[in-house]
Design a protein around this ligand. Structure first.
Ligand SMILES: NC(=O)c1ccc[n+]([C@@H]2O[C@H](COP(=O)([O-])OP(=O)(O)OC[C@H]3O[C@@H](n4cnc5c(N)ncnc54)[C@H](OP(=O)(O)O)[C@@H]3O)[C@@H](O)[C@H]2O)c1
Length: 316
């Protein structure tokens, strides 16, 4: 361990950080060691990582001092926030600022910050194509991240800004899988018309991040976008039909309708999909499949991901 470069991985028991921790641990000759950061070292997920060889460290992203301790002596860190745990862009921004400060204090040589676009650069608050949310955001869970990138640059932290894509795992965990329509036929709902959505297997985000750490110098102070495929709702429905062996129809709805679905965060996601639909060049442009494949040669396509995960998608 002593001669290895330690990466402190936030969210190591979750999707993005978990993929990175597992990628590091699966490559014992790679020169890196995983320090898994969790709030609960005794949880089954933390224990699983410990068994694979991870060092387990306790910290909370709301507590800057605990982050400093978690980063101490490390070479690098994977920084990610957990918007859907609290739905507060202000809290997310404060956490990002703490991460950047802690990274600076620890003298980290390379941080990957899992960010997203501040959509207000393209849709200013006065633009009424989509509603302003919480007084000062268009897509709160994007804007809080992109609007906080400067904390890393302000502190002079050597950072790679990683633009992730829609997880296909949302079909399993986020209620976005196909559901039976009025006639019983499964419907896959997306408010993007015929436009394409960059998507990725969540596990591949961490694997790409590992590729970025391995190629350190080349990616510091750069923005890197990744995706496993760019697919329209209709194309995703066709792949689902094939994989499930049961008809899945694309249910094209408007962003207005999506915002009105009423679940917590529906307005945020309605605006998000509208942004992705209406700014295809801005959103799809940087999310390059070739780059993702270079970083992670085992990058999954939607079909490959479905073959592995179709039985986990709830269809009711
Ligand atoms: N879903 C998508 O399609 C998508 C796409 C792009 C970006 N994102 C972004 O991804 C982020 C979430 O990442 P994820 O999906 O990897 O998360 P996740 O799978 O929900 O994992 C969250 C993990 O983070 C830890 N955690 C939660 N609150 C914490 C805190 N206060 N301090 C320290 N650790 C904490 C938890 O670990 P312990 O319980 O072990 O502490 C948990 O296992 C969100 O901000 C979201 O906007 C999502």
């Amino acid at each position: 361990m002593a001669d290895k470069k330690v990466i402190a991985v936030l969210g190591a028991t979750g999707a993005q950080g978990g993929g990175l921790a597992r990628a590091i641990l699966a490559d014992p000759e790679g020169g890196f060691a995983a320090r898994a950061v969790t709030r609960n070292a005794k949880s089954p997920k933390a224990q699983e990582l410990a068994k694979l060889g991870a060092e387990i460290t306790v910290a909370d992203v709301d507590d800057g001092q605990s982050l400093e301790k978690a980063f101490e002596g490390a070479y690098g860190a994977y920084c990610v926030t957990f918007y859907w745990e609290h739905h507060s862009p202000e809290r997310e921004a404060a956490q990002i600022e703490s991460m950047a400060r802690a990274a600076k204090r620890a003298g980290l040589k390379h941080v990957i910050w899992s960010t997203l676009e501040d959509t207000r650069r393209w849709v200013p608050l006065e633009d009424d194509r989509m509603p302003t949310l919480m007084g000062k955001y268009k897509v709160p869970h994007f804007d809080a991240k992109g609007g906080s990138d400067h904390f890393f640059t302000d502190q002079g932290v050597p950072t790679t800004f990683l633009l992730t894509s829609f997880y296909w795992d949302n079909l399993i965990h986020f209620g976005m899988g196909p559901k039976p329509g009025a006639d019983g036929v499964l419907e896959f709902t997306l408010p993007m018309g015929d436009k394409k959505l960059p998507g990725i297997a969540a596990e591949d985000i961490g694997r790409c991040a590992y590729g970025i750490f391995k190629n350190g110098e080349r990616y510091i102070d750069k923005t890197v976008g990744i995706a496993g495929a760019h697919l329209s709702g209709d194309e995703m429905a066709k792949s689902l039909t094939k994989a499930l062996g049961r008809e899945v129809r694309f249910n094209s709805v408007t962003p207005e309708a999506y915002r009105g679905f009423g679940f917590p965060g529906a307005d945020d996601l309605g605006n998000m999909f509208q942004f992705k639909r209406d700014f295809q060049d801005v959103f799809r442009g940087p999310r390059k499949l070739e780059e993702a494949r270079r970083l992670n040669p085992s990058l999954q396509s939607f079909e490959v991901w479905l073959a592995e995960n179709k039985s986990r998608i709830p269809l009711e």
